[in-house]
Design a protein around this ligand. Sequence first.
Ligand code: BGC
Length: 253
Amino acid sequence: TVQNYKMELLGIDIGGSGIKAAIVDVEKGELISERHRIPTPRPAVPEAIVEVIAEMVAHFDWKGAVGVCFPTVVVDGKALSKSNMDAAWLNFQVDQYFQERCDLPFYVVNDADAAAMAEMKFGAGREKNGVVIVITVGTGLGSGVFHDGKLLPNIELGHVFGVDGKPIEHYAADSARKREGLKFKEWAKRFDFFLHHVIRVFRPDTFIIGGGTSKKMDKFQQHLTIDVPIYAAEKLNNAGIIGAAMFANEAHH
Ligand code: BGC
């Protein structure tokens, strides 16, 4: 088959628990292959992660540009925080490292920014103007902040300090719900506290909730007391993969 590099790219989503990849049609914002998932190696050091990346490239027999979304602050392909990954990633040039191992062009972007870009273009954020904040709820609390469709990159709302002086994601992410065995109603109170905090600072017009938890909105939405409209992401768990491929497409062409 003839591969059209302009429309099809490999997207890889590196998360705290799993690494997921698929081939993406970036014009339609859809996966055009099955999704392949490999558990995130622990410790999540560069030497271990890069082998999973190479395995993904081999699995899809991929020969073009690759977009990767990564759960840290990323500027020009370099990780500027470690967040829930290994400390070895701090100030690490991620794109170059993957590129040297696989001999393909790599483009790396923050995971929440990638998922949020996919939602804005192809999902719940379509045609939503003003200030839109996408929150991804998973191992951490990721955020993508937009004004009239334009992203302000690397905003880390999950790193605001909570009442205990620790990043609020330790208290209000989905990992806290699981770790502490909270009922959705109990967890929702925490998430609600976080959203109120975000409203005090940003006054968004719209919230979009992404990450794995977006599938469970019916279990907690009724417990939220905010007055800003809130929507579930439509691309669910695929948003990161799609956004990573979109980012690579824009950077590559
Ligand atoms: C990281 C963010 C990331 C979020 C979701 C946080 O711990 O600091 O960069 O977007 O988790 O994975």
